[in-house]
Design a protein around this ligand. Structure first.
Ligand SMILES: [Zn+2]
Length: 300
């Protein structure tokens, strides 16, 4: 039997008041079904019985995994690459705006192919990255001359090492939620800032697509946040939530993938149009955006 992680108590508030929420399909790698459960007390949701860290590798094995490759095939991928340029600019602007020093030390956890690290390095920051795949670390080294550390490094970093820590769509993949949050608190300088981007399960697009919402992405996404439950997690780990910023472009990408999950004809085109509706709505209701960046400081 493959080893799976069963959760009985809410990972955020610890209560055992859990009920089934949605049943989702792994549309990326295996087609297997997974249940998402929700906590009645705090509203946090999580993928139930997800594969343990040692066994989840095969759920990441698909030629389409574009976070980790640079292929430029298909309309979704082309738009993704265009969107990446825009996203890089807005991420680096956000970091510069919310950090005390404008050229400090930065750790990007889950740096992937290293574009953000490279952008910040060019802007004068001292950058480190963490990336679990040895293959991807090699790509970053060859492409940008930056050598990311493997995952375990996160727990070996000396206290108060960084002015800024970024996690762009990474925390939802990490099995040891509390341990990671504790470590982030430890390695951040006292006046440092953390930027955590996460899909938003109370977004307009999540409400619209329900189980087909691409950002549930089971079983790779273990945790499913909203602004309210993320704030509880942040406070539990002695962080103050300073600001929440929408990542507007994610609405388009997620809508295209969600239409594909629904097997809609012309999924990319329909998804782009739907994404536009979600995008416009998120301009008015920012906390309804598809993805949100949470900006955290240490509690004083
Ligand atoms: Zn809870």
């Amino acid at each position: 039997m493959p080893k799976t992680i069963h959760t009985e108590n809410c990972p955020v508030c610890q209560r055992a008041d859990i009920k089934p929420y949605l049943r989702c399909r792994d549309n990326f790698a295996t087609g297997e079904q997974f249940e998402i459960d929700i906590c009645n007390a705090c509203g946090f949701a999580f993928t139930q019985d997800f594969p343990a860290e040692a066994e989840i590798g095969r759920y990441y094995e698909s030629p389409e995994y574009i976070s980790h490759t640079d292929t430029q095939k298909g309309i979704i991928n082309r738009l993704y690459h265009l969107a990446r340029e825009m996203a890089l600019k807005s991420k680096s602007k956000l970091v510069q705006k919310y950090t005390a020093s404008d050229k400090g030390s930065l750790l990007d956890v889950g740096c992937g192919t290293g574009y953000f690290l490279h952008t910040m390095k060019e802007a004068g920051w001292k950058v480190d990255g963490i990336e679990q795949s040895a293959e991807v670390r090699q790509v970053v080294k060859e492409k940008f001359g930056i050598e990311p550390y493997p995952s375990e490094y996160l727990f070996d970093i000396p206290a108060a090492s960084y002015d800024a820590i970024t996690m762009w769509h990474v925390l939802e993949h990490m099995e040891h939620l509390d341990k990671v949050m504790q470590s982030l608190h430890n390695i951040l300088k006292d006046d440092g800032t953390i930027f955590i981007a996460l899909p938003n399960k109370v977004s307009r697009d999540a409400e619209h697509y329900k189980a087909d919402w691409a950002a549930y992405d089971v079983p790779r996404h273990l945790w499913h946040f909203s602004p309210d439950d993320f704030k509880l997690l942040a406070n539990k780990h002695n962080f103050e939530l300073k600001a929440i910023k929408p990542m507007y472009l994610d609405a388009f990408y997620i809508a295209m993938l969600s239409e594909k999950n629904k097997k809609t004809p012309l999924a990319s085109l329909i998804g782009l149009m739907a994404g536009n509706v979600f995008f416009v709505r998120s301009l008015i209701h920012k906390k309804k955006a598809s993805s949100l960046v949470y900006i955290l400081k240490k509690q004083r």
